[in-house]
Structure formats: C-alpha cells, structure tokens
Design a protein around this ligand. Sequence first.
Ligand code: OFO
Length: 172
Amino acid sequence: MDSRVAKLINEQINKELYSAYLYMSFANYYEEAGLKGFANWYMTQVQEERDHALIFRNYLLDNDVKVELGPIEGVEVAFDDPLAPLEAALEHEEFITASINQIYAAADEVHDYRTMNFLKWFIDEQLEEEANARDMVSDMKLYGKDQGSLFAMDREAATRTYTKASPLAAAE
Ligand code: OFO
C-alpha cells in the first residue's frame, strides 16, 4: 500500500478512537444532567466508533501494513447546556467526513482502487451520521426548552440499540 494512504488510515484509527472518547464525554455529561436517554444514545455511538476503528485496523492488517497507535487527545468535559454536545457532535462528524474524503483522494491519486472501494462504506456512514447529528441539533433547538418535549426526546434517545457495523459482522 502507498505509504501516504497507509499513514492516513493509521491516523484515522486514532480519529475514530478519539470520536469514541469524545462521545463518552457527552454521555457522561448527559448522565450527570439526568438525561439518561441521551447518555444511552452516545454510549451506543461510542460502540459504533470503536467498530469504525476496528474496521480500519483490520483493513491495514489484511493489507500487511503495520498498525501504529498514537496517543488519544483529551476531550472537553464541561458543557453549557444539552444543546452544546449535539452541536459539537455535528461539527465533529463534518470533520470526520473531511478526513475520510482526504483518504479517498489520496487513494485515488495512486490508483488504489481497493482502498477507494473499502472507503465507500464509510462515505455512506458519514452521510447517515451527519444527518442524525443535524436532526438532533434542530430538534433540541426547536423543542429543548420545553421540559415535556425534552423528556420525550430523552425517551426516544433511550431506545437506540447497538448493532455491530456490517463490515465487522461480515468478517466474523
Ligand atoms: Fe466514525 O463516524 Fe462518527 O466519528
């Protein structure tokens, strides 16, 4: 594999684990604020992000590329209100989308069609993650000030359950 593509994928493992760390911090905030449904939503997201890191790890191993794990940066732990983590999540997912696009462009430059094909799952996943994050921001802006609506949103978020990411499930 081209060394730049390999380096970017190694860095992506770190970014996915950072995402898990960030979302665990959001879950902690919601847990402390008594919004256990939102805490559940983000702890489920933590599992998804861990899956994403594992998919990239497996891909490097399958391609006989050394996996290099760097340190994971610290995350914010204090938030002003229930809207703040949701806005930070949307901004973070946009950053992750740009990062996946950067790997795709690097793979394209060296005609690494295998990596481009591998990344397609993540390109679709990012569309879904950004759309979810955007919906949560707009719902909270529209209804979050009303206690009854906030309660209903929290109940809804509590129903989210974890499903193993399909590329990992398929590899079993
Ligand atoms: Fe890994 O998709 Fe969110 O960050």
